[in-house]
Design a protein around this ligand. Structure first.
Ligand code: HEC
Length: 153
């Protein structure tokens, strides 16, 4: 009798210890759920998958930019390959060009997107996508992704 009681309380203690360890490891292990993009690290990549924002950037890029800049940031006869530009272009300069536009050599025009809410609201996702392309982390096709994470407000 006594013995089985001891076993039960031992099992209870082990259960508590294991749950605490699991809690600590999920809290400290950074993954796509805890990832917060920054200009230094705008995308998350693990096991062949990107975070949802970077995936969204892929979609937005192909909605608003690829007509001139070519599929997957590869460039065209009209506009530069952004996967090359983003090897050196800062987040600040990226934003400036998109908001203000630019008239380049031979009068090739980068139109200003200051009034395009879709582009403005998704600029950091487009940047993340192009940065992942520039770093050679993802290829030219639609990237695989982690689920969308609801961020606390
Ligand atoms: C109508 C064609 C067109 C569209 C659409 C367009 N661009 Fe451009 N973009 C250009 C041209 C042309 C240039 C080069 C301007 C120059 O030579 O200074 C350029 C330059 C840029 C640059 C600077 C590149 C560098 O190397 O300095 C960035 C960044 C850029 N575009 C981002 C974007 C993004 C992001 C989108 C979509 C939201 C977009 N562009 C849509 C034509 C376009």
């Amino acid at each position: 009798m006594q013995c089985s009681k001891d076993k039960k309380s031992l099992t209870a203690v082990i259960t508590v210890v294991v749950s605490v360890l699991v809690l600590i490891s999920t809290a400290t292990h950074a993954d796509y759920r805890t990832f917060v993009p920054s200009p230094e690290q705008p995308y998350y990549f693990e096991n062949g998958k990107v975070d949802f924002g970077t995936y969204n950037g892929f979609r937005r890029y192909h909605a608003d930019c690829h007509v001139c800049h070519g599929p997957a940031g590869l460039g065209s006869a009209y506009a530069p390959a952004l996967l090359e530009s983003l090897k050196t272009l800062s987040w600040g300069d990226f934003v400036t060009v998109i908001v203000q536009g630019r008239v380049g050599l031979n009068n090739m025009v980068m139109p200003p997107f200051a009034e395009n809410i879709d582009v403005l609201a998704n600029m950091s996702d487009i940047y993340a996508y192009l940065k992942a392309r520039a770093d050679g982390v993802i290829g030219p096709i639609r990237p695989k992704r982690f689920p969308k994470v609801r961020k606390p407000r």
